[in-house]
Write a protein that binds this ligand. Structure first.
Ligand code: 1GP
Length: 246
Protein backbone atom coordinates (compact mmCIF):
# COMPACT_ATOMS: atom_id res chain seq x y z
CA UNK A 1 0.00 0.00 0.00
CA UNK A 2 1.23 3.53 -0.70
CA UNK A 3 2.02 5.91 2.14
CA UNK A 4 -0.90 8.12 1.09
CA UNK A 5 -3.36 5.21 1.19
CA UNK A 6 -1.99 4.06 4.54
CA UNK A 7 -2.51 7.54 5.98
CA UNK A 8 -6.04 7.82 4.58
CA UNK A 9 -6.85 4.41 6.02
CA UNK A 10 -5.43 5.38 9.42
CA UNK A 11 -7.48 8.59 9.51
CA UNK A 12 -10.61 6.44 9.29
CA UNK A 13 -9.67 4.86 12.61
CA UNK A 14 -8.04 7.64 14.60
CA UNK A 15 -6.75 11.19 14.54
CA UNK A 16 -3.08 11.46 13.66
CA UNK A 17 -0.13 13.63 14.59
CA UNK A 18 2.71 14.53 12.21
CA UNK A 19 5.85 16.26 13.41
CA UNK A 20 7.41 18.90 11.18
CA UNK A 21 11.17 19.31 11.26
CA UNK A 22 12.75 22.30 9.58
CA UNK A 23 16.36 21.53 8.49
CA UNK A 24 17.13 25.20 9.05
CA UNK A 25 16.37 25.00 12.75
CA UNK A 26 18.80 22.31 13.97
CA UNK A 27 21.81 20.26 12.92
CA UNK A 28 21.09 16.87 11.27
CA UNK A 29 22.38 14.98 14.33
CA UNK A 30 19.87 16.79 16.55
CA UNK A 31 17.12 16.14 13.99
CA UNK A 32 17.96 12.44 14.23
CA UNK A 33 17.66 12.55 17.98
CA UNK A 34 14.35 14.41 17.79
CA UNK A 35 13.04 11.85 15.27
CA UNK A 36 13.60 9.06 17.75
CA UNK A 37 11.66 10.94 20.40
CA UNK A 38 8.87 11.78 17.93
CA UNK A 39 8.58 8.11 17.08
CA UNK A 40 8.50 7.09 20.77
CA UNK A 41 5.78 9.69 21.38
CA UNK A 42 3.51 7.91 18.89
CA UNK A 43 3.47 10.30 15.93
CA UNK A 44 2.54 8.80 12.57
CA UNK A 45 4.97 10.59 10.23
CA UNK A 46 7.76 13.13 10.11
CA UNK A 47 7.53 15.99 7.66
CA UNK A 48 10.69 17.80 6.58
CA UNK A 49 10.64 21.31 5.19
CA UNK A 50 10.67 25.01 5.84
CA UNK A 51 10.29 28.39 4.17
CA UNK A 52 13.86 29.59 4.69
CA UNK A 53 15.99 26.67 3.48
CA UNK A 54 19.25 27.37 1.73
CA UNK A 55 20.39 24.10 0.19
CA UNK A 56 19.34 20.62 -0.82
CA UNK A 57 22.34 19.27 1.12
CA UNK A 58 20.73 20.54 4.31
CA UNK A 59 17.56 18.58 3.49
CA UNK A 60 19.47 15.42 2.44
CA UNK A 61 21.50 15.35 5.65
CA UNK A 62 18.50 15.97 7.86
CA UNK A 63 16.41 13.29 6.13
CA UNK A 64 19.25 10.77 6.33
CA UNK A 65 19.70 11.42 10.06
CA UNK A 66 15.96 11.01 10.62
CA UNK A 67 15.84 7.76 8.63
CA UNK A 68 18.74 6.39 10.66
CA UNK A 69 16.93 7.02 13.92
CA UNK A 70 13.29 6.21 13.22
CA UNK A 71 11.07 3.95 11.15
CA UNK A 72 8.39 6.59 10.61
CA UNK A 73 7.66 7.63 7.03
CA UNK A 74 9.49 10.82 6.10
CA UNK A 75 7.39 13.11 3.92
CA UNK A 76 8.94 16.20 2.37
CA UNK A 77 7.10 19.50 2.79
CA UNK A 78 9.09 21.47 0.23
CA UNK A 79 9.05 25.20 -0.35
CA UNK A 80 10.49 24.68 -3.84
CA UNK A 81 11.89 22.22 -6.37
CA UNK A 82 15.44 22.74 -5.06
CA UNK A 83 14.60 21.26 -1.69
CA UNK A 84 13.66 17.71 -2.63
CA UNK A 85 15.60 14.77 -1.24
CA UNK A 86 15.83 11.28 -2.68
CA UNK A 87 16.37 9.92 0.83
CA UNK A 88 12.78 10.68 1.91
CA UNK A 89 9.89 8.28 1.40
CA UNK A 90 7.33 10.67 -0.05
CA UNK A 91 6.70 14.28 -0.88
CA UNK A 92 3.62 16.36 -0.30
CA UNK A 93 3.16 17.42 -3.91
CA UNK A 94 1.29 20.46 -2.74
CA UNK A 95 -0.01 23.55 -4.38
CA UNK A 96 -0.23 26.71 -2.29
CA UNK A 97 -3.69 27.46 -3.62
CA UNK A 98 -3.95 30.97 -2.20
CA UNK A 99 -0.56 32.20 -3.36
CA UNK A 100 -0.36 35.21 -5.64
CA UNK A 101 2.84 33.77 -7.07
CA UNK A 102 2.37 31.07 -9.71
CA UNK A 103 5.71 29.55 -8.69
CA UNK A 104 4.07 28.16 -5.55
CA UNK A 105 0.87 27.15 -7.31
CA UNK A 106 2.37 25.18 -10.22
CA UNK A 107 5.72 26.38 -11.61
CA UNK A 108 7.96 24.86 -8.92
CA UNK A 109 6.03 21.63 -9.40
CA UNK A 110 6.90 21.57 -13.10
CA UNK A 111 10.57 21.96 -12.17
CA UNK A 112 10.48 19.33 -9.43
CA UNK A 113 8.29 16.67 -11.06
CA UNK A 114 11.09 14.92 -13.02
CA UNK A 115 13.14 14.60 -9.82
CA UNK A 116 10.15 13.02 -8.08
CA UNK A 117 9.72 10.57 -10.95
CA UNK A 118 13.32 9.42 -11.13
CA UNK A 119 14.05 9.42 -7.39
CA UNK A 120 11.14 7.12 -6.66
CA UNK A 121 9.67 9.52 -4.09
CA UNK A 122 5.94 8.93 -3.64
CA UNK A 123 4.08 12.10 -4.61
CA UNK A 124 1.11 12.83 -2.35
CA UNK A 125 -1.20 15.39 -3.85
CA UNK A 126 -2.24 18.08 -1.38
CA UNK A 127 -4.06 21.40 -1.53
CA UNK A 128 -2.44 23.90 0.84
CA UNK A 129 -3.81 27.20 2.10
CA UNK A 130 -2.62 29.74 4.63
CA UNK A 131 -4.89 31.59 7.02
CA UNK A 132 -4.15 34.83 8.89
CA UNK A 133 -1.69 35.61 10.44
CA UNK A 134 0.31 33.39 8.07
CA UNK A 135 3.72 34.17 9.57
CA UNK A 136 6.84 33.45 7.45
CA UNK A 137 5.06 30.90 5.24
CA UNK A 138 2.41 33.47 4.36
CA UNK A 139 5.02 36.10 3.53
CA UNK A 140 7.45 33.88 1.62
CA UNK A 141 4.58 32.10 -0.15
CA UNK A 142 3.02 35.46 -1.10
CA UNK A 143 -0.29 34.15 0.12
CA UNK A 144 -3.49 36.12 -0.10
CA UNK A 145 -4.24 35.06 3.46
CA UNK A 146 -7.69 33.69 4.23
CA UNK A 147 -9.29 36.02 6.77
CA UNK A 148 -9.93 34.43 10.13
CA UNK A 149 -13.62 35.36 10.01
CA UNK A 150 -14.13 33.96 6.50
CA UNK A 151 -14.76 30.20 6.75
CA UNK A 152 -16.63 30.22 3.43
CA UNK A 153 -13.48 31.04 1.48
CA UNK A 154 -11.68 28.20 3.26
CA UNK A 155 -14.53 25.86 2.27
CA UNK A 156 -14.22 27.02 -1.34
CA UNK A 157 -10.52 26.20 -1.37
CA UNK A 158 -11.10 22.80 0.26
CA UNK A 159 -13.77 21.88 -2.27
CA UNK A 160 -11.61 23.10 -5.14
CA UNK A 161 -8.75 20.92 -3.85
CA UNK A 162 -11.08 17.93 -3.64
CA UNK A 163 -12.55 18.53 -7.10
CA UNK A 164 -9.05 18.88 -8.56
CA UNK A 165 -8.38 15.38 -7.26
CA UNK A 166 -6.08 16.30 -4.39
CA UNK A 167 -5.87 13.66 -1.66
CA UNK A 168 -5.40 15.95 1.35
CA UNK A 169 -6.23 19.51 2.34
CA UNK A 170 -3.80 21.33 4.59
CA UNK A 171 -4.97 24.52 6.25
CA UNK A 172 -2.54 26.36 8.47
CA UNK A 173 -2.03 29.65 10.27
CA UNK A 174 1.77 29.67 9.78
CA UNK A 175 4.50 28.25 11.93
CA UNK A 176 4.64 29.93 15.32
CA UNK A 177 1.26 31.63 14.83
CA UNK A 178 0.01 33.20 18.08
CA UNK A 179 -3.45 31.79 17.35
CA UNK A 180 -4.15 28.67 15.27
CA UNK A 181 -6.79 28.22 12.55
CA UNK A 182 -10.20 29.05 14.14
CA UNK A 183 -12.39 26.10 15.14
CA UNK A 184 -15.38 27.42 13.16
CA UNK A 185 -13.27 27.42 9.99
CA UNK A 186 -12.12 23.83 10.55
CA UNK A 187 -15.73 22.79 11.26
CA UNK A 188 -16.98 24.38 8.05
CA UNK A 189 -14.21 22.77 5.97
CA UNK A 190 -14.75 19.35 7.51
CA UNK A 191 -18.49 19.53 7.05
CA UNK A 192 -18.17 20.26 3.35
CA UNK A 193 -15.29 18.08 2.17
CA UNK A 194 -14.53 14.40 2.19
CA UNK A 195 -10.73 14.45 1.90
CA UNK A 196 -8.70 14.35 5.15
CA UNK A 197 -8.19 17.78 6.70
CA UNK A 198 -4.75 18.59 8.05
CA UNK A 199 -4.39 21.50 10.47
CA UNK A 200 -1.22 23.20 11.68
CA UNK A 201 0.39 26.42 12.81
CA UNK A 202 0.33 27.62 16.41
CA UNK A 203 -0.67 24.31 17.98
CA UNK A 204 1.63 23.82 20.93
CA UNK A 205 -0.30 21.86 23.56
CA UNK A 206 -2.69 18.96 23.90
CA UNK A 207 -5.67 21.13 24.84
CA UNK A 208 -5.43 23.11 21.60
CA UNK A 209 -4.76 19.97 19.54
CA UNK A 210 -7.84 18.31 21.02
CA UNK A 211 -9.95 21.36 20.26
CA UNK A 212 -8.85 21.32 16.61
CA UNK A 213 -9.58 17.61 16.30
CA UNK A 214 -13.01 18.10 17.88
CA UNK A 215 -13.62 20.77 15.25
CA UNK A 216 -12.80 18.26 12.50
CA UNK A 217 -9.05 18.03 11.93
CA UNK A 218 -7.96 14.54 10.87
CA UNK A 219 -4.26 15.23 11.23
CA UNK A 220 -2.48 17.72 13.48
CA UNK A 221 0.92 19.09 12.56
CA UNK A 222 3.27 20.61 15.09
CA UNK A 223 6.69 22.11 14.50
CA UNK A 224 7.48 24.82 17.03
CA UNK A 225 6.41 22.60 19.94
CA UNK A 226 9.43 20.47 19.06
CA UNK A 227 11.87 23.30 18.48
CA UNK A 228 11.09 25.44 21.49
CA UNK A 229 9.74 23.13 24.19
CA UNK A 230 12.41 21.60 26.45
CA UNK A 231 9.96 18.91 27.54
CA UNK A 232 8.80 18.23 24.01
CA UNK A 233 8.61 14.47 24.47
CA UNK A 234 5.94 14.90 27.14
CA UNK A 235 4.19 17.58 25.08
CA UNK A 236 4.12 15.38 21.98
CA UNK A 237 3.00 12.30 23.89
CA UNK A 238 0.20 14.35 25.46
CA UNK A 239 -0.86 15.66 22.05
CA UNK A 240 -0.87 12.18 20.46
CA UNK A 241 -2.83 10.70 23.38
CA UNK A 242 -5.28 13.61 23.52
CA UNK A 243 -6.22 13.43 19.85
CA UNK A 244 -6.12 9.70 19.22
CA UNK A 245 -9.36 8.86 20.93
CA UNK A 246 -11.42 11.82 19.68
C1 1GP B 1 3.95 24.82 9.69
O1 1GP B 1 1.93 24.27 10.66
C2 1GP B 1 3.26 23.97 10.69
O2 1GP B 1 3.49 24.48 8.42
C3 1GP B 1 3.87 24.02 12.05
O3 1GP B 1 3.48 25.12 12.80
O4 1GP B 1 5.56 25.52 14.10
O5 1GP B 1 3.42 26.56 14.83
O6 1GP B 1 3.77 24.12 15.06
P1 1GP B 1 4.08 25.33 14.27
Amino acid sequence: MTIADTIVELTRKKRLHFALLDPDKQKPSIAGHIAQTVSDAGSSAIMVGGSTLLSQKQVDETVQAIKKNSDLPVILFPSGAKFLSKYADAVFFMSLLNSNNLDYVIREHVKGAPFVKYSGLEPISMGYVIVEPGMTAGRVGEAELIKRDDPQTAVGYALAAEYLGMKFFYIEAGSGAPTPVPNEMIQAVKKNTSIPVIVGGGIRDSKTAKEKVHAGADIIITGTAIEKDKHFKTTLTDIVNAIEGV
